[in-house]
Design a protein around this ligand. Structure first.
Ligand SMILES: Cc1ncc(COP(=O)(O)O)c(C=O)c1O
Length: 304
């Protein structure tokens, strides 16, 4: 773990090694906590947080969905992120993890009497699925786990409890020798990756599922905007696994995964078995935006 100097805890900057909580922290037992994964990039003009406001808006929506009654405003969250990044004096790209959780004080399932706490940590972090993955593409396995059903979980909340499903799917794929999993929904259509959205390319058209069974993803939204700029048609459609196997190109997107090409799914080579032409264009356009090289999207950056 790349330790940093400080972690923000309930309004205070605490030295990294002192940012501790009690073992009877409510969220540790019953998993009601919500979080974000946000990135900041070292641009030519200094460290800039990508789509900070959108990430914190989603964090607040997640907290509302799971009834975490905190008193944080969007403005306070944004300011706390900036304060934390300034204090830590990072030298390279950073991953930021805010978490709203239920603290110590009561036990039992009923959660509304537990104190609500918040923390923000940040550390220097590279490519989630590896630098090589970004260039060569990764190998993916369709999971034996279905994505959490919309009848029983709130997949629009970036809620900790949803990530047991992600974790088990990732573990299964990894143990089988793959880099990442791809989850179907309860009806057998492509839902999303454990921490990524799925895109495929067929006959020059980009296809990605609706958000019916996935997080409302910030990177997916960015990629759709960039595809329009590049004059590439994007369709939001249901995708079946056989369509994935025969796609010309495929890629994952996410704050952590950025734009990661997929070169193989369930031992079927996708397209030419390496990063596809359209994937490469989208990837380049995405990195141009996050590194502040595309003036059209400068409003998406918050300079620290
Ligand atoms: C389950 C899941 N789907 C999709 C994504 C991609 O979302 P975003 O692009 O907002 O990071 C993530 C990552 O946050 C995720 O955890």
């Amino acid at each position: 773990m790349n330790e940093a100097k400080f972690i923000w805890m309930d309004g205070k900057l605490v030295p990294w090694s002192e940012a501790k909580i009690h073992v009877l922290t409510h969220s540790l037992h019953y998993a009601n906590a919500v979080f974000e994964g946000t990135r900041a990039y070292k641009t030519d003009r200094g460290l800039a947080i990508f789509r900070l406001n959108d990430h914190n808006k989603r964090l607040l929506k997640s907290a509302k969905m799971t009834v975490l009654n905190h008193n944080l405003s969007l403005e306070e969250l944004n300011a706390a992120h900036i304060e934390l990044l300034r204090a830590n004096e990072f030298k390279s790209n950073v991953y930021i993890r805010p978490l709203i959780y239920l603290g110590y004080g009561v036990m039992g399932l009923a959660h509304t009497k537990a104190p609500v706490n918040a923390m923000i940590a940040a550390w220097e972090w590279g490519a989630y699925l590896g630098e090589e993955g970004l260039e060569r593409g990764i190998r993916v396995k369709i999971s034996s786990f279905a994505r959490n059903s919309v009848k029983s979980q709130m997949g629009k909340a970036k809620a900790s409890s949803n990530y047991l499903n992600s974790q088990m799917a990732h573990f299964e794929a990894h143990e089988a020798g793959y880099d990442e999993a791809l989850l179907l929904d309860e009806d057998g259509f492509i839902a999303e990756g454990p921490g990524e959205c799925f895109f495929m390319v067929r006959d020059g058209v980009i296809i990605t599922p609706s958000n019916d069974n996935s997080l409302v993803s910030i990177t997916q939204d960015t990629v759709i905007k960039l595809a329009a700029d590049l004059g590439i048609e994007v369709r939001r459609e249901r995708i079946t696994r056989d369509e994935v196997y025969t796609a010309d190109e495929a890629f994952f997107t996410g704050t952590a995964a950025e734009v990661t090409p997929i070169r193989e799914v369930d031992a079927r080579v996708i397209g030419s078995g390496k990063r596809g032409e359209i994937t490469e264009k989208i990837q380049k356009a995405y990195f141009d935006v996050v590194y502040g090289r595309n003036p059209k999207y400068e409003h998406m950056l918050t300079f620290v």
